[in-house]
Design a protein around this ligand. Structure first.
Ligand code: 6PG
Length: 244
């Protein structure tokens, strides 16, 4: 596994890097091939998606991408909490994307059943590698508690589930979520963890410096077996690791 740490001035610079990365990967695709991307939710992707909509609308062949999610809140697709709605409002509605290539997690349905159904969607639409569906690219975030996707520290065992997807529960709100698990995350060709803001600096420091405390954090378990891991940081989240 190859790990790279990139520190950007701000989220726009981070988004520019991501846009160029996706463009270069997609421009190299063979005629009838697609690039599979699992999106994350939360607030960070809003600025990323807005930047990409503004600056890469005509630079990326968006119809060569199959969009999935790493996690979804168990709410309707029109709920402000929905990760699908977030991507639709800030990206899909602004670009030329084929809706048949958007595979949302149906948060409005029974969580247990949808976790099973989405696992089937992954199996049908992605190649298998090491016995698990393989994403070309997974975008993750980092929670202030060290969670990633919707695997929280108090349910860290979900990361090692042999199921492709699990039902999780937000430790504070009790909100049910559906999340991909570590065997999917660590099977991907490329994983990028986008963590910006000073509020992430402590966890970034603990994880990137292999501190004992990091063993409690699901994000610390992200290590693609034969893929590439990128930590995309800004000056705020990197403030404890920047060597002046
Ligand atoms: C979600 C995410 C989650 C998110 C982190 C960071 O559905 O909330 O997928 O893992 O990436 O909580 O969220 P922020 O970008 O809002 O800090």
């Amino acid at each position: 596994m190859n790990k790279e740490i990139k520190i950007f001035e701000n989220t726009d610079e981070l988004s520019e890097y991501l846009g160029i990365f996706w463009k270069e990967k997609i421009d190299r695709l063979e005629e009838n091939k697609y690039y599979s991307i699992a999106l994350s939710g939360g607030k960070t992707p809003i600025k990323i998606f807005d930047y990409l909509s503004e600056n890469f609308r005509d630079k990326i062949k968006w119809n060569k991408i199959k969009f999935f999610w790493g996690d979804e809140r168990c709410v309707s697709p029109t709920d402000p909490e929905s990760n699908f709605k977030l991507a639709k409002d800030h990206l899909f509605d602004q670009i030329d994307v084929n809706t048949t290539n958007i595979f949302r997690i149906r948060g409005e349905l029974d969580p247990g059943n949808e976790a099973k159904e989405y696992s089937k969607i992954l199996e049908i639409n992605l190649p298998l590698k090491n016995g698990y569906p393989k994403f070309d690219f997974i975008l993750l975030g980092l929670g202030e508690d060290g969670h990633t996707a919707s695997i929280f520290p108090n349910q860290i065992e979900l990361f090692n589930s042999t199921n492709y997807c699990e039902v999780a529960e937000h430790p504070v709100t009790g909100q049910k979520r559906i999340t991909i698990t570590g065997n999917i995350i660590n099977n991907a060709e490329t994983v990028m963890i986008a963590a910006v803001g000073e509020n992430k600096a402590d966890k970034v420091f603990e994880i990137l410096n292999n501190k004992e405390s990091a063993n409690l954090y699901p994000a610390n378990l992200v290590n693609p077996k034969s893929g590439n891991l990128f930590w995309l940081l800004d000056k705020g989240s990197a403030k404890n690791i920047i060597v002046e």
